[in-house]
Design a protein around this ligand. Structure first.
Ligand code: ADP
Length: 192
């Protein structure tokens, strides 16, 4: 089965944790735009300097920057047979870009999985994470703004995949292993 997958869900729903587990299980790379930005910020690259101005405020990095970065990443060999995108596409314009990149090779997204979680639960999780990881964008104001951006810009992405019959929704609240199994069920991967 080819696995060209998109993982959607509000900040704090546990996408990063689950993406790593799913990718391992499915044998495809997990590609997290947030992680790539953070690595560039730490490395002091030009991309990192551009991105930081936006990530620190909880705004989306401009599409031209993000799209070029994802296009390059998807062109790498390990993504030829599949991938799990975490954090992309995050607005409707990015969906169109991803469609174009994949269509150039006669491909498309197989499934988008949305990890759902109550906004107050995710805010609490992220504020807790701030005390552990110290992420610059985990202050309460920025967390709430990221949620607003999700509702305004990323929820329509889920709606778009739903219209195409390519959306599965999975409850992100619960034990980490349990949520992984729910995701695998939604993707149609048999239990091991
Ligand atoms: P979360 O899902 O918890 O908000 P991420 O690690 O996915 O965290 O993203 C962190 C930040 O990186 C976002 O707030 C945004 O500034 C930037 N970012 C990540 N993915 C994208 C994207 N597809 N388009 C634009 N900006 C992005």
């Amino acid at each position: 089965m080819s696995a060209r997958l998109v993982l959607l869900g509000p900040p704090g729903a546990g996408k990063g944790t689950q993406a790593a587990r799913l990718a391992e299980r499915l044998g495809v790379p997990a590609i997290s735009t947030g992680d790539i930005f953070r690595a560039n910020i730490r490395g002091g690259t030009e991309l990192g300097r551009t991105a930081q101005a936006y990530t620190a405020r909880g705004e989306l990095v401009p599409d031209e920057v993000t799209n070029a970065m994802v296009r390059d990443r998807l062109a790498q060999d390990d993504a030829a047979e599949g991938f799990l995108l975490d954090g992309y596409p995050r607005n409707v314009a990015q969906v169109a870009e991803l469609d174009a990149v994949l269509a150039a090779d006669g491909r498309g997204v197989d499934l988008a999985v949305e990890l759902t979680a109550d906004p107050e639960v995710v805010v609490a999780r992220l504020l807790h994470r701030a005390t552990v990881e110290g992420r610059e964008d985990d202050t309460e104001d920025v967390v709430r703004h990221r949620l607003t951006v999700y509702t305004e810009q990323t929820a329509p992405v889920a709606a778009l995949y739903a219209e195409r019959g390519l959306l599965a929704q999975v409850d992100g609240i619960g034990d980490v292993d349990e949520v992984t199994q729910r995701l695998l069920d939604a993707i149609g991967q048999p239990a091991r």
